[in-house]
Design a protein around this ligand. Structure first.
Ligand code: 9MR
Length: 386
């Protein structure tokens, strides 16, 4: 994506601002020259944490390890990666019998070559629209519960066997709680006799395979108004896991935080900080660890001006990280992409009404670090060690 003149100017201004604060001391137009930009992973590591990002296995013009400019950002800032799509059933399972491992294998090879860890996302994204179409249309036969269990456990054992010792943290189940707090239903959950039965079996199978791995339930309940029922549903699911003795170690908090409405008094968007802390308190009181698995900032409602927008996005994120980093149970922070150009949010409706691109990630289209990058660095620098 080409940078407009206005965006170029904003990048230069942003650089001037951050250069004054002493964080950046070299030109940022060339990734290679920007060697003095703080490494977010290095800052995280000093606190006993890790910083990372999603990455793809697509062509060299996408958010892929094949994109040399993008790969440079990953090498600078990340100690852990996650495949944006390549481990999902949609990518891994073209049909009921085969596995297409090649794209994910390439991501893992890139991570290992660069001494980065890799997370597994996800062994079951439990929403009908995100299942492969063959699975939603599948004929489970005369013993549907048995066939559903066989399909699920075969999938989980095959994947975890293949990556044994190389992937130590999995989003075993992703998004099974609906925004109205009920549990999602799919063809496979109906066949097996209910959503709880399905997700419990997923975690039990993963634990039997990997006694020492971190098993995560991952979801997008967030701190903005409107998430109350979603949060309540997630708490109920987590309570149920504990009551039934299901082996779940952590809650993955996706952290797609969003500025849906613009509040001129704060210059950013509304959030329910008190309620959000209460939610996190309840999660950790049940002895779950927490992770930030998919961080980005949807700036959809902010006025268009780039430099003001970048500051608002960064301020909103700073407020979020101030809360999150208060919890010593948080050790891993992963962004859902490092560069605006390749963010899923560019396609996610509603788009901005002014037609401009969203500025959701730590780096702009030309790989220049934005205020979001320096605020993340500052947040990690002031975090307590864990
Ligand atoms: O960013 C991902 C996008 O490229 C895919 O088209 C989409 C469907 O597979 O999934 C997006 O990633 C999602 C993640 O896997 C789960 N949480 C929400 C993410 C954004 O939709």
């Amino acid at each position: 994506m080409e940078m407009t003149r206005r965006e170029g100017l904003a990048a230069v201004l942003a650089l001037a601002t951050t250069a004054c604060s002493g964080n950046y001391s070299s030109p940022v137009n060339s990734v290679g020259a920007a060697s003095t930009i703080d490494s977010l992973h290095k800052l995280a590591k000093a606190k006993g944490m890790r910083f990372g990002s999603a990455v793809g296995a697509g062509h060299s013009g996408s958010g892929s390890f094949r994109n040399t400019g993008y790969a440079s950002l990953l090498k600078r800032d990340c100690g852990i990666l996650v495949a944006e799509n390549e481990m999902k059933w949609q990518s891994l399972r073209p049909d009921p019998l085969s596995f297409n491992f090649a794209p994910f294998d390439e991501i893992l090879a890139f991570a290992e070559k660069n001494n980065m860890a890799t997370r597994g996302h996800t062994l079951m994204w439990h929403r009908p629209q995100w299942q492969p179409s063959w699975l939603e249309a599948y004929d489970f036969g005369t013993n549907p519960a048995t066939e559903a269990a066989r399909l699920l456990t075969t999938h989980i054992t095959t994947v975890t066997d293949r990556y044994r010792g190389r992937i130590l943290s999995y989003d075993v189940v992703n998004e099974t709680v609906m925004e109205d707090s009920t549990l999602a239903q799919t063809a496979i959950s109906r066949a097996i006799g209910g959503t709880e039965t399905l997700v419990d079996l997923a975690f039990q199978t993963a634990r039997a395979q990997l006694p020492d791995a971190q098993l995560v339930y991952n979801d997008y309940m967030s701190w903005e108004p409107g998430n109350e029922k979603h949060r309540a549903g997630v708490l109920k699911l987590l309570e149920g896991f504990r009551a039934r003795g299901v082996p779940v170690d952590a809650l993955g908090i996706q952290s797609h935080i969003r500025i849906d409405t613009y509040d001129p008094s704060t210059g950013t968007g509304p959030r329910q900080e008190r309620e959000w802390r209460k939610f996190l308190d309840e999660v950790v009181a049940m002895n779950y660890d927490i992770l930030i698995t998919e961080f980005d900032v949807n700036d959809q409602a902010l006025p268009g001006d780039f430099s003001a927008r970048d500051r608002s996005v960064a301020d909103y994120a700073k407020a979020y990280f101030e809360v999150m980093l208060d919890y010593p149970q948080l050790k891993d922070v992963l962004a859902w992409g490092m560069c605006d150009s390749y963010s899923w949010l560019q396609e996610f409706k509603p788009l901005r009404t002014d037609g401009l691109a969203k500025r959701a990630c730590p780096y702009s289209a030309d790989f220049a670090p934005k205020p979001l990058h320096s605020k993340l660095a500052a947040a990690l620098q002031t975090a307590s060690a864990r």
